[in-house]
Write a protein that binds this ligand. Sequence first.
Ligand SMILES: Nc1nc2c(ncn2[C@@H]2O[C@H](COP(=O)(O)OP(=O)(O)OP(=O)(O)O)[C@@H](O)[C@H]2O)c(=O)[nH]1
Ligand SMILES: [Mg+2]
Length: 540
Amino acid sequence: MADAAFLAEIARRRTFAIISHPDAGKTTLTEKLLLYGGAIQLAGSVRARRNQRNTTSDWMELEKERGISVSSTLLQFEYGGCVINLLDTPGHKDFSEDTYRVLTAVDSVIMVIDAAKGIEDRTRKLFEICRLRGIPIFTFMNKMDRPTLNPLALLDELEGVLGIGAFPVTWPLGSGEDFSGVYDRLRKNLHFFERTPHNQYRAPDRVGDIHDESVRRQIPAHIRDPWIEELEVLAGAGEDFSAEEVLAGKITPVFFGSALTNFGVQLLLDYFVEHGAPPQPRMSVNGPVDPGDPDFSGFVFKVQANMNPRHRDRLTFVRVCAGMFVKDMVVNDPQTGKPVRLSYPQKLFGQDRESLEVAYPGDIVGLVTHKAFRIGDTLATDPGIRYDEIPRFPPEAFAFIRNVSAAKYKQLRAGLDQLLEEGVIQSFSLLDGSQNATLLGAVGQLQFEVVMYRLQNEYGAEPRLEAAAFTHIRWFAPGTRKEQLSNVYLGPGVKLAQDIRGQIVILFPDPWATEYFVKKHPDLKLSLVSPHEVSAAPQG
Ligand SMILES: Nc1nc2c(ncn2[C@@H]2O[C@H](COP(=O)(O)OP(=O)(O)OP(=O)(O)O)[C@@H](O)[C@H]2O)c(=O)[nH]1
Ligand SMILES: [Mg+2]
C-alpha cells in the first residue's frame, strides 16, 4: 500500500476509553455512542430480563445482574469516516487494574462526570493517570436530566480540582426536568431535543439560532434570561481554543448532556470524531516508535477467557502501535524468541467478533491463540522493539480458595489457570504447608466475588472462599531461596509463600507488621510487585 494511503488509515483511527467514578454513566454513554454511531439500531436492544439491564458493553452475566461493569469491553465500529476503537471501562476501584491497563492502549479518553456530584474520587485518580501519560481528555457532564450542580460551578470545579483548562463546547439549556437542549458554542446554534420511548431511539433534534426571536420565545423566560447571562459570561472568557492544547492535555473540551435521554450525545460524538486524537508515537524501551513505521509492532494489554460460551476460548487484546497487522503474519515470540504466527485475528464488538484480515496502528486486535501470550508482551516483527508499559498493582485483598467437591477439582484448576492468565488475580502457596488451599491476591475484595461467580458459572467448579488474614505483600529479590530466610524472625501472623513463578513473597497481617519488618531488615530488597513486573504508582 502506498505510504499516503497507509498514513490516511492511521489518521482516521480514534482509539479511546470512557472513564469515570462508578455509576457516572460510562456504559450508558457507550450504548448511546453506539446508537448514534449507527453500530446498533436500538439502545438496550434485546429486552432485558426482569431486574436485568441490557447493554452491549456489559455483556457478562454478572454485569447484567448487578448493573455494574466488572471488566473493560472493546467496541469497534466505523462512523463519520473514522474507525473507532472504544473501550468502556469499569469504574470501581477493585477493578482499576483493568482500567489502568486500558489507559496504556488508548490515544484519548472521554471522562464522564455525574453533573449532580461533580468530580468524584475515582475520576480524580484516573485523571491523574491520564495527565501523567499525556492523554487528551474530553469531558461529558452527564445526567443533566436530573437536578445538577450549577454548570458554571461544575466548570470551576473541573479547572480547580483537576488543574486543567475547561472549554465548554456545548452549554445546557435548563437542567433536571427543564433540560431541553444544548447550545453549540462553536457552530453557534441551539439544539432542542425531544425524548423518545424508553430512550431507545435517537432523540429528535431541532436546530435554531438564539438571535432569532421566534427561537427565544420558545424558552420560558425564567430559564432563558439567566441562561443568556451565562453564555455572556462564557463568551467573556474567550470563544476559542486550539486543538493542539487539547491534544497536549492542557484543555478539555466539555459537553453537557444526558446519556439516558440521549441529549447531547451526537454533538459529543461528532466533535470527537473530527477533533479526537489519532494514534500518537509510543514509547518503547529504546525510544519512541512512530505509528507510520512500516514494521509491525504492538503489545498485549488484556486477556479475557470465555467471552463467548460457544467458543470457550481465550482472547488476547493487542494494541497495534506501528506498521500494518496482517492475518497470519509471523512475529517474534516474546517468551521464546522464536517466530510465531498470529492466526485467527478478530474484530470485536462487545461479546461479538468477526475475523479480520488487516489492522492499522490504533486498532485493537483480538487474537484467538493457543499460545499463551501474557499481558505486557510485545508482538513485533523486529525483535529489538519492546514496549514496557503495563504496570502491575500490588494485591491488597487476600483469600484462600478451596475445592469443595473432589469430582470438580479439574474444573477449578482449569478455571483458575485461565483467570490467572487474565491477570485479575494472582495465586500463592504458603511455604509452611499450614494451608493446603491456594492463596489468592487481588486489588480489591469485589474481584474475588467475580472470580467465584465465574468459576461456578463459566467453569462449573465448586470452590469455597475463606478469609485470609493478610493485608500486605512484598516480593523478595529475584533468586532468593527459602533456605536463606530460615533464620529470619517473621513475627506473629507473618508468612512466607511463593508466587506462580516460584518467587518468594512475604505476607503481613497489618500495615504495622509490614513497616516493622521492612525497618528491621533494610538489607532485604523487598518490592511491592513481582520483580518481573513494572510497579504502578501506589493507588490510594
Ligand atoms: N438520570 C440519568 N441516569 C443515568 C444517566 N446515565 C446513566 N444513568 C444511570 O446511572 C446508573 C449507572 O449507569 P452506568 O452507565 O452503568 O454507569 P457506569 O459509569 O458504567 O458504572 P460502572 O461501570 O459500574 O462504573 C444507571 O442506573 C443508569 O441508568 C443519565 O444521563 N441520566
Ligand atoms: Mg459501566
